[in-house]
Design a protein around this ligand. Structure first.
Ligand code: SME
Length: 149
């Protein structure tokens, strides 16, 4: 996967209106990165994370997650990217899809505060490496910049 080329393509979508941009990013990641099975963006609302744009084979029941709960809530509470190589071995994991084997959650920051996050499930075990993490952290920055513009 050429993450730099993918980032440049995603950056070129940034002239869309904000809501359209967020959906376009999610669609791109889901459709173009083979090991990304389900892709969603959650936004912080008070003490919860609320699901915004998403793409995957099925809707998740977890459209509102308290900060501190699940892998999503842990990343929002700590402000650190969570890479879970085997979701069945992580007691924090909130199950959404039986096919999910691994997950990455990347916080979106604004002025040093977590305002949201990108959540990606994979049907492959240990699907997410350092390249994915760097790529998704750059996209998280871009989502903040576009949201603030
Ligand atoms: N698995 C997440 C919940 C969100 S679903 O994957 C879409 C978690 O443990 O927080």
């Amino acid at each position: 996967m050429d993450y730099d080329a993918a980032y440049r393509e995603i950056e070129s979508l940034a002239n869309e209106r904000q809501q359209d941009f967020e959906q376009a990013v999610v669609d791109y990641l889901h459709d173009r990165v083979p090991h990304y099975s389900w892709v969603g963006i959650y936004w912080v609302e008070g003490s919860d994370l609320v699901l915004g744009a998403w793409k995957g084979p099925e809707a998740t029941a977890h459209t509102r997650i308290p900060i501190g709960t699940g892998v999503c809530g842990a990343a929002a509470a700590s402000g650190r990217t969570e890479v879970v190589a085997d979701v069945s071995a992580d007691p924090r994991y909130l199950a959404c899809f039986p096919s999910t084997k691994s997950e990455v959650v990347v916080p979106i920051f604004s002025d040093g505060h977590v305002i949201g996050e990108i959540d990606i499930d994979s049907a492959d075990l240990d699907a997410f490496g350092a390249g994915d993490q760097r790529f998704l952290e750059r996209i998280a920055d871009l989502l903040n910049v576009v949201r603030a513009s």
